[in-house]
Design a binder for this molecule. Sequence first.
Ligand code: FCB
Length: 398
Amino acid sequence: MGTVTKPFLWGASTAPHQIEGNNVNSDWWAREGLMPGMERSGDAIDSYHRYEEDMRLLAEAGLNAYRFGIEWARIEPVPGHLSRAELAHYRRMIDTAVRFGLTPVVTLHHFTSPRWFAEEGGWLGDRAVERFSSYVTAATRILDGVPWIATMNEPNMLAMMVTAERDARLRPDGAWQSPTVDNQPRPILPTPDPEVGARLVEAHHAAREVLRERTDAAVGWTVANRAFVARPGAEETLHELEHIWEDLYLEAARGDGFIGVQSYSSQWVSREGIEPHPPHPDNTLVGTAYRPDSLGIAVRHTWEVTGGVPVLVTENGIATADDERRIAYTSEALGHLFAAADDGIDVRGYLHWSALDNYEWGHWEPTFGLIAVDRETFERRPKPSLAWLGDVARRGRP
Ligand code: FCB
């Protein structure tokens, strides 16, 4: 396991399917065509060709890290057939980040899988873990010098999606239940099946083994933290729900090089279960409550359950059309993060979600970016929040 030392990482995050465009061999691309009510990713924001400009904007603003993903469906379009050109593409991205002074934080799987993998049974298929390990082994050809590698993004949300699809609990009216959009009157997200979770844990551990043998990186995964808080008398329900939604995945991170914390909002738990976000004018564009304090709750809970695995905030942000609101939210969230660090939690960095407005899993309306993008011309327009976060990074504290 590699050791990662200072400086504190200040950066922004993205995921390949949300920004690259034309990820035509992936299971998500196929799903987009099938689900009424779901917008297509299409060209996304064409970051596949424009990544250099994207990274330059982050570096020029004062950030020193960029989290991005590599896309399995591009690297292995057919089982066992590797695209050397795509591997070279991602190697160029890594080199470009380094050239700009951005520490690359690379995610190997961010919700999307090759279409053939889905057709083989996806994460529940007999060969799932073997298939994933073999892709991860191939990826290590280009990961030299990458100090932070996440095997998988939000396995808990992925388990929720796999469970929903398995149970065909997609909404009868055909509207897709996005992993992140939870606004009323949409239903609250279905509960991830712990057996699906166990399969993902197995995949993470297998990938971790490969990466430890073949790289010097700190290896971890990133877990969506729902920052549940119990109503009086609901402590037992809270623990059950925490286990199903988060702790299964956080316990699996014990012994990892880092744990990625991803936090956006917080939710009450009553004896009946998770309370939907109450309608409120402050709610975000994905329907969640405005809760910048969730990051502190998430980091403290993660530290406790993992037993002290170093924390890297790999996602935190807000879906809003009002950039001043983004700055206010982030400023407050950082206050909670540094309070946790001052209490002795080993926090290694803060990566904001997201670098750019992008394709939010079926929806284009929720904008999380520090940079706006004209979807006709692909022109990038940095928002004031980018310069603001860059200044915070230069100062080193909020
Ligand atoms: C997380 C996902 C990320 C993005 C944000 C808003 O659950 O990892 O891709 O959708 O939420």
